[in-house]
Design a protein around this ligand. Structure first.
Ligand code: SF4
Length: 204
C-alpha cells in the first residue's frame, strides 16, 4: 500500500467539517491557485510519510466521526489517498475530501476511482481569489461545490454552518491551528501573533 505524504494530521478537531474529525493535510499541490493561502503545501518534497493504516487506526482510537482530506491536493496522491479513504470507510468513518480538481474531470481518471468511490462528500474546484465566498462555510470561493457522493452528510448545510477556528497550544509553546479564515482575518490574526503560521484557505 502506497504511503501518504502529508504536511500534518490533526485528530479530534471540530474545525474541519461536521462533527469530530481527523484532518489530513496532504503535502504537494500541482494546481497552485493564484492567492492560495497554503503555498507551503505546493511542493511534493516536504512533509512526512505516513501509512494509511496508522492514520485510520488512530482516528478510530480517538473516536472521530470521520476524516477530512484537504490540501495540498489529495487527488495528486490518489492511490494512497484512495487507500486511506477505503480503510476509513471500512472502519465505519465518513470521508470528506477537498479537491482543486472538478468532479467531472476526476470521474474520467482511472487512478482516482478508489478515492472517489470512498468519498462521501467531495468539495471540488480551485480557489479563485476574485470570487470570494461570503455565505458558505468551509470554502473560499463561490465556484467551489459541495457534491454529495453518498447520503452520509446529506444534512450538512454549509450556508447555516459556521466556520470555526481551533488553536491548540502545547506545553512547549508550539501552536497547532485548524479551521478556516478569510485572507484579511488571517492577516490580522497573524499580525497579532507576530508570526505567520500554517494557515490555510480551503479548496483542495
Ligand atoms: S487552494 Fe487548494 S487546490 Fe488551489 S493551490 Fe491551494 S491547495 Fe492547491
Amino acid at each position: 500500500m502506497a504511503a501518504l505524504r502529508v504536511s500534518r494530521v490533526l485528530h479530534a478537531t471540530t474545525a474541519e467539517g461536521p462533527g469530530l474529525r481527523t484532518a489530513v493535510w496532504f503535502q504537494g499541490c500541482s494546481i497552485r491557485c493564484k492567492g492560495c493561502i497554503n503555498p507551503h503545501l505546493f511542493s511534493e518534497l516536504g512533509g512526512l510519510e505516513l501509512d494509511p493504516e496508522t492514520v485510520v487506526r488512530e482516528a478510530v482510537r480517538q473516536g472521530v466521526e470521520g476524516l477530512t482530506l484537504l490540501g495540498g491536493e489529495p487527488f495528486d496522491q490518489a492511490p494512497a489517498a484512495g487507500s486511506l479513504a477505503r480503510l476509513a470507510q471500512q472502519a465505519g468513518l465518513g470521508v470528506i475530501c477537498f479537491s482543486g480538481y472538478l468532479h467531472e474531470d476526476l470521474a474520467g481518471r482511472p487512478d482516482a476511482d478508489e478515492l472517489l468511490n470512498c468519498t462521501d462528500l467531495l468539495v471540488d474546484g480551485p480557489y479563485r481569489a476574485d470570487e470570494a465566498e461570503a455565505s458558505r462555510a468551509l470554502v473560499g470561493s463561490t465556484n467551489q461545490r459541495f457534491i454529495h457522493l453518498t447520503s452520509r452528510y446529506a444534512d450538512f448545510d454549509p450556508v447555516h454552518a459556521a466556520n470555526r477556528l481551533e488553536m491548540r497550544i502545547a506545553a512547549d509553546g508550539s501552536v497547532e491551528v485548524a479551521g478556516f479564515l478569510q485572507r484579511d482575518e488571517l492577516q490580522d490574526l497573524s499580525a497579532r501573533m507576530g508570526a505567520t503560521r500554517a494557515w490555510r484557505r480551503r479548496s483542495g
